[in-house]
Design a protein around this ligand. Sequence first.
Ligand code: BTN
Length: 130
Amino acid sequence: MFRLISALLLLAAMSVSAFAQSIPAGSSWKNQRGSQMYVANTDINGNFSGTYINNAAGFQCQGTPYQLAGRAGGSHLTFVVVWKNFAADCHSKTVWRGRLIGTTTIQTHWVLTGPGIPTLRGADTFQRQP
Ligand code: BTN
C-alpha cells in the first residue's frame, strides 16, 4: 500500500513538473521578425512572465524590453504584451495564442489592438535560442 501511494505521488509530481516545463523559466525565444522573448518565471499553475523586445519592421515600440505575461496549459499558450514601458507608450497591446511544438518551436497567431488604431492580425513563429 505504501509503495502504491508513493508511486502515485511520484506520478503526480512528474505530471506537475512536465506541465510547468512546457515553457521553461530562463528560456529565450526569437521570432521570424527578429523580436526576442525571455521567459523569466513560471509557476505550477502554468502562469509565466518575462520580457519582450519588439524588433519587427513596420511597428513602433522597438528595441526596448516590455513586460510579458502568459499562461500555458498543456502545449497551448497565450501571452500578452502591453506596449508601455520606461521608453515609450504605443497605446496598444498584443495577444498571442498558440502552441508549443516539441521543445523548441512556438507557433502563434496574434491580435494587436488599441484605441484609435485598426486591429491588426498576424502569425509569429518563435524558435528557442541556445
Ligand atoms: C505597436 O506598434 O503598436 C506596438 C508594437 C507591436 C509589435 C508587433 S506585436 C505582433 C508582431 N510581432 C512582433 O514581434 N512584433 C509585432
